[in-house]
Design a binder for this molecule. Structure first.
Ligand code: PLP
Length: 423
């Protein structure tokens, strides 16, 4: 393994020619590969193809408490679904609202509520310029919501323990800072879980804005790849110790447990926030799709049943992650031009390439027929200040396709680095 950074001009030239030959050969193979989005593979979706057999004339349509799920009503969801999410999030079911198919929708609605009617203070829309803290690299759709509403995004970096808390503790002294995005477990795209210390410091924040809200997007709460798992402290337990429960709205969904787009989403919050959210929802809807909630709660009558399902997902995903990681190690290990995360769960691997090379890697991949997440998308406004982060989504392609896709990616990373180093 020769480190590119210590190669002579001649050695770099020879390596360039060799990698270019690999690149041309791959180009000739007419590939069509996609590692761009964190979608479950068809084999994962197959796991729940009997989901809708749990409702129907033979099984009945009544919930545990006798609610006829075919009819209107039940604003905050079925009792059994709230109990199940209560176990998943370790929160009192009374502090949970189960909605429809997408947590992103719940997050969008909550931000809209902040803008239009506020969180116990003036509506954000009437408060002039407002700002959100955006730990990055992060989830592009969070940033999309802020951009949609013209909320100024402040990029915050990461340490190995989670978002840079020193920076956050300073930034929240500005009363215009009204919120922060967090993906606390197996974060998108770093695959990192916040340390106990980080969760405690977040719970202890004393923002200048009293309507400051943390959007705690626990999308990957039980999405482990290994039996040994990352442990995340319960944010509400920590908030209780600091009297800051109203600061957090927690979100999750079954998108990557059953069907994305046809699952159940949930929000957990303090009594005060649940009341606020419900005051808006009462106007917005007569109730969620309870038949879907009934099907889900019958398919997973216990938390243990749900964890059993997650083990099956893990068994499918693990070889896919490992196919990528093995290829990265083999092709890029020791070269000094890339580093990557080795997550214990979630849906993504994050790679850092040489500064100024990420976009070029995206272009080179495209030339060979591999689509990766648009470089930059993991940062506010789609702009990676160092142009060095790549998000890799190994869930959708097959293991064989992934091994090939990872190979293409590595060749592109090497070529982009050699172009930079040869200048
Ligand atoms: N939150 C994060 C961090 C995600 O990575 C994703 C999907 O990739 C979502 C939310 C979307 O969740 P949902 O399908 O519940 O809207």
């Amino acid at each position: 393994m020769t480190n590119y950074l210590s190669m002579s001009k001649e050695e770099l030239g020879a390596e360039f020619a060799a990698v270019m030959a690999e690149f041309e050969a791959l180009k000739g193979a007419n590939l069509s590969l996609d590692m761009s989005r964190g979608k479950p593979g068809a084999d994962q979706l197959d796991l729940v193809d009997n989901l809708y057999s749990f409702v129907g004339p033979d099984k009945g349509f009544k919930s545990e408490t006798g609610v006829d799920c075919r009819n209107y009503g039940g604003l905050d969801g079925l009792t059994e679904m709230k109990k199940l999410f209560g176990k998943v999030l370790d929160v009192n079911p009374d502090n949970i609202i189960c909605g429809n198919n997408a947590s992103l929708n719940l997050m969008f609605d909550a931000i809209t509520q902040g803008m239009v009617t506020g969180f116990g203070d003036e509506p954000w829309l009437k408060q002039g310029k407002i700002k959100f803290l955006c730990p990055a690299p992060g989830y592009d759709r969070h940033f999309g919501i802020c951009e949609y509403y013209g909320i100024e995004m402040i990029t915050v970096g990461y340490t190995e323990n989670g978002p840079d808390m020193d920076a956050i503790e300073e930034l929240i002294k500005d009363p215009a800072v009204k919120g922060m995005w967090c993906v606390p477990k197996y974060s998108n795209p770093l695959g990192l879980t916040y340390s106990d210390e980080t969760v405690k410091r977040i719970a202890a924040l004393k923002p200048a804005a009293k309507d400051f809200r943390i959007f705690w997007d626990n999308a990957y709460v039980i999405h482990d790849l290994y039996s040994e798992t990352d442990n995340l402290l319960n944010i509400f337990d920590e908030c209780k110790k600091c009297g800051s429960e109203d600061m957090v709205l927690e979100f999750t969904s079954t998108s990557k447990i059953t069907y994305p787009g046809a699952g159940i989403a949930a929000v957990a919050a303090s009594d005060f926030n649940i009341k606020l959210l419900k005051s808006r929802m009462t106007v917005q809807t007569i109730g969620p799709n309870k038949l879907n909630q009934l099907a889900h709660s019958r398919m997973f009558p216990t938390y243990e049943a749900l964890l059993g399902q997650m083990k099956k997902h893990g068994d499918i995903l693990r070889p896919k992650f490992e196919a990528c990681l093995d290829q990265f190690e083999e092709a890029l290990g020791g070269k000094g031009i890339a580093s990557w995360t080795k997550p214990m769960g979630g849906y993504f691997i994050s790679m850092e390439v040489l500064d100024g090379c990420a976009k070029r890697v995206g272009e080179l991949c495209k030339e060979v027929g591999l689509i990766i997440t648009t470089p930059g998308a993991t940062f506010p406004y789609g702009k990676d200040p160092k142009d060095s982060n790549l998000r890799i989504a190994p869930s959708f392609p097959s293991v064989d396709e992934l091994a090939l896709a990872a190979k293409v990616l590595c060749v592109a990373v090497k070529l982009a680095a050699l172009e930079k180093l040869s200048k």
